[in-house]
Design a protein around this ligand. Structure first.
Ligand SMILES: [Zn+2]
Length: 133
């Protein structure tokens, strides 16, 4: 269960991370912050490249930072954009590897937006269980 305080902390961390985005090509800055099972918060920002296809999303940056730091599951994620946009399909898939049907808070810089859950954003997702049957 995520408390209102935890939700607010994640949103604030996501919007702070957004200010560190490197998005000179799309001008669509994104910040993400997730709460790992061990209580730590990991953040990410989108990082673009002149070779566009090498760009990386904020959400995956946060997930990969979590894994690199030794945690492998998260309990909620906040995503901050200019217009409370949704995570892309690739990020939805990556998130399902490391979380159950967790809350996803999509907000703008004022914290306005909408809440969803990961499995409503990506129903019937591919998972590790499909590799063993
Ligand atoms: Zn993405």
């Amino acid at each position: 269960m995520i408390t209102n305080e935890q939700r607010a902390e994640l949103i604030a961390a996501a919007c702070e991370a957004r200010r560190r985005a490197y998005a000179p090509y799309s001008n669509y800055a994104v910040g993400a912050a997730l709460l790992a099972d061990d209580g730590r918060i990991f953040t990410g920002a989108n990082v673009e490249n002149a070779s566009y296809g090498l760009s990386m999303c904020a959400e995956r940056t946060a997930v990969f930072s979590m894994v690199a730091a030794g945690a492998q599951e998260f309990r909620a994620i906040a995503i901050c954009t200019a217009n409370a946009g949704s995570p892309c399909g690739a990020c939805r898939q990556v998130m399902t590897e490391f979380a159950g049907d967790v809350p996803v808070y999509m907000v703008d810089e004022e914290g306005n937006g909408r809440d969803a859950t990961l499995h409503t954003l990506l129903p019937d997702h591919f998972g590790p269980e499909h590799l063993t049957k």
